[in-house]
Design a protein around this ligand. Structure first.
Ligand SMILES: *[C@@H]1O[C@H](CO)[C@@H](O)[C@H](O)[C@H]1NC(C)=O
Ligand SMILES: *[C@@H]1O[C@H](CO)[C@@H](O)[C@H](O)[C@H]1NC(C)=O
Ligand SMILES: *[C@@H]1O[C@H](CO)[C@@H](O)[C@H](O)[C@H]1NC(C)=O
Length: 380
């Protein structure tokens, strides 16, 4: 809200000649939702065009109030759509803006402009920037911007690539995730190794003519494992063409136990199929955990081994030919053994698949310790 007020304030004071008597609405009951007192409302500017006209809306009416205060020379002076410079067989929309005398005649206080924006029959779909500029001799022109959707929203965005390089498409091609990043083929999924804190991908259109509108990409993951952030030119979304937009994913791991967590990078393209890229990130290095655990293991071996030796020694030690401890020492030894078993470090400190090589060799060590102790106990 505050932003809007500041925005309105800046417009007001930077445009000395703005048509302060003009209000424009999308309907006669909504006068002022597009332009209010000469100020273009948020969502109708070029940078922030938020109104999406669906494919079926072939005509848009603009209700204008206050013209009589400005004079008879107020009119639609220009209109544009994003495709206008393209060859005819690449155009998506046909546009014309005229004063609708019939509807205008029904109202005394409004003048109604009719914006024709007919989608042309073509394969696929697109989102286009559209605008109309009104002007009068007494004040600055007012341009109203919106987005026009044409075509089928369920179609994938052909020509859209996501790659690790500026000319590659390892993640998505023609708006479709590659096998490596497809959520339905998770077995082959891509894993970002634990030594990478961030990765950089490039999003772009492969052909020179087509543009597409992206919403801000976002990531779905377990926020107890990591809290990813995004930055780069693709982060804010907006119009995408053949110029490469960068997206940096900063994983911000919150754990370091080597856990492998799934992430889904979602790129929404209005009226096209979303692109959902599935992959994994390993948080923390096994090496780090291993060295940390090794100290624990060494201490356990030393403490356990020392204790066992002491008990073993006492068990066999005879005072005047009599054993000084028999059953009680056996109980103590088995007590230490079960304590050691229940405090196996990999059980509590690692929740890792056994397929990991480093972990596998570590488990082997521990097994040997266990085996030795068991042997010692077994001989008692
Ligand atoms: C109107 O739309 C055209 C085509 O998208 C664009 O190039 C132009 O900058 C827009 N004009 C304004 C004033 O927003
Ligand atoms: C727009 O409509 C007006 C009035 O009907 C017509 O004269 C003009 O040729 C049309 N413009 C286009 C681009 O078709
Ligand atoms: C993202 O932010 C980091 C840290 O500010 C910066 O070093 C990096 O260049 C940014 N990446 C992109 C693609 O802008």
């Amino acid at each position: 809200m505050g932003k809007r007020l500041i925005f309105a304030f800046v417009i007001t004071y930077s445009t000395a000649l703005f048509c302060s008597q003009i209000d424009i609405g999308s309907d006669n009951g909504k006068i002022g939702d597009i332009v209010s007192s000469g100020v273009i409302q948020p969502g109708w500017t070029f940078q922030n065009a938020a109104y999406k006209s669906p494919p079926s809306e072939a005509i848009l009416y603009l209700y204008i109030r206050g013209l009589e205060l400005i004079g008879p020379d107020f009119e639609s002076i220009e209109f544009h759509h994003e495709d206008e410079a393209k060859p005819d067989d690449h155009k998506w929309v046909w546009m014309n803006v005229t004063k609708d005398e019939k509807i205008s005649g029904l109202f005394s206080e409004y003048t109604v402009y009719k914006v024709e924006q007919e989608c042309l029959n073509r394969e696929g779909g697109t989102t286009l920037h559209m605008n109309v500029t009104f002007g009068a001799s007494g004040c600055d022109p007012i341009t109203v911007n919106w987005l026009k959707i044409c075509g089928q929203p369920t179609t994938t965005r052909s020509g859209l690539s996501v790659g690790f390089g500026t000319n590659s498409a390892e993640l998505a091609y023609d708006g479709i995730p590659t096998l490596l990043f497809d959520g339905n083929t998770k077995d082959d999924s891509y894993t970002v190794s634990s030594d990478l804190d961030d990765i950089l991908v490039y999003i772009y259109m492969t052909d020179e003519i087509t543009k597409t509108f992206l919403k801000s990409p976002y990531i779905i993951t377990d926020h107890e494992v990591m809290y990813p952030t995004l930055n780069g030119s693709a982060m804010t979304g907006g119009w995408l063409d053949s110029e490469r937009k960068e997206l940096q994913i900063n994983f911000n791991c919150l754990v370091d136990d080597g856990v492998k967590e799934e992430l889904v990078l979602v790129i929404e393209i209005p009226y096209f199929h979303d692109i959902e890229l599935h992959f994994f990130k390993k948080c923390g290095s096994i090496r780090k955990s291993k060295s940390k655990i090794s100290w624990g293991v060494i201490l356990l071996i030393l403490a356990g081994g020392g204790g066992m030796w002491l008990l073993w020694y006492m068990y066999n030690k005879r005072v005047n030919g009599e054993k000084i401890c028999e059953d009680s020492c056996g109980d103590a030894i088995s007590g230490i053994w079960s304590w050691l078993k229940s405090h196996k470090p990999q059980a509590s400190m690692l929740k890792k698949p056994a397929s990991d090589k480093e972990l596998g060799s570590y488990e082997g060590d521990d097994g040997k310790v266990g085996f030795n102790v068991h042997t010692q106990y077994g001989t008692v």
